[in-house]
Write a protein that binds this ligand. Structure first.
Ligand code: KIV
Length: 274
């Protein structure tokens, strides 16, 4: 088999078939080089609207636009060969009507080449998910803590702290599932609620801050790599990139100040003619 052979891309039915099976490995990606590094290890890469906070320095995901998501989606598609790539629909691009959602989702899919879209799915979104799924758009739902609702909720708050809230999250999960989402991101709920949701729905659940009771996990890549000083408590840090980058750049600055770096003379001399 030649190195040129195209990898078989993970599909929405492949992810759906993982219900109750081997856990789904998922991370966020926003650019081509990182997507290339994550791709061999992940089943699904999400171009999350968290890009607004992680890459663009926004305070929330509210300011993220469709054009930003398309630009980052295209970059990730250039880096990822095997993993399913899902692109988040940003705030304001799908809530108005199923038609609005379909129009913007089809634009994301045709302009990026991604395999799926994700929407934050309160019970109100069931019609929208069904409308898109019936028209061949693979949809990932997102329930529990919904970052696009943070302003209305008064912050990024875990869900299911009382019985009424638990019931609401379970309703969101069932509505999202019955509407035809092929996977459901469950964010910010305790383990017993994550287990109840996972048992109640036919689609695999992918947890973030939702315990190992889900059918898989997704994290923000920069959180698990330790790019930021602060990370949510549920994130296991696998690296400390902030410290390592600081040390590397400190050394670079010292080298430049000491004029201690390769001149490149030999390389250019070889190329010089005559
Ligand atoms: O935008 C995002 O990165 C997400 C994940 C954290 C699930 O929605």
């Amino acid at each position: 088999m030649s190195a040129q052979t195209k990898a078989r891309r993970v599909t929405a039915p492949d992810i759906r078939a993982r219900k109750g099976g081997e856990p789904i490995v998922s991370l966020t990606a926003y650019d081509a080089p990182m997507a290339r590094l994550l791709d061999p290890h992940c089943d699904m890469l999400l171009v999350g609207d968290s890009v607004g906070m992680v890459v663009h320095g926004l305070d929330s995901t509210i300011g993220v636009t469709l054009d930003m998501m398309i630009m980052h989606g295209r970059a990730v598609m250039r880096g990822a060969r095997r993993a399913l790539v899902a692109v988040d629909m940003p705030f304001g691009s799908y809530e108005q009507s199923p038609q609005q959602a379909f129009e913007n989702a089809s634009r994301i899919m045709s302009e990026t080449g991604c395999q799926a879209i994700k929407i934050e799915s309160g019970t109100y979104a069931a019609d929208t998910i069904a409308f898109m799924a019936e028209r061949s758009i693979p949809v990932v739902g997102h329930i529990g803590l919904r970052p696009q609702a943070a302003l209305a909720d008064g912050g990024f708050k875990a869900k299911g702290r009382n019985e009424a809230e638990r019931q609401k999250v379970i309703e969101e999960a069932i509505a999202t599932d019955q509407a035809g989402a092929f996977a459901i991101v469950v964010e910010g709920v305790a383990e017993d609620l994550a287990r109840e949701i996972t048992e109640a729905v036919s689609a695999p659940t992918i947890g973030i801050g939702a315990s190992a009771a889900c059918d898989g996990q997704i994290l923000v890549t920069q959180d698990m790599l330790g790019v930021f000083e602060w990370t949510p408590k549920f994130v296991k840090r696998y690296d400390n990139q902030a410290e390592r980058t600081d040390a590397a750049v400190r050394q670079y600055a010292e080298d430049v100040r000491a004029r201690s770096f390769p001149s490149g003379n030999e390389v250019y001399a070889l190329k010089r003619e005559g």
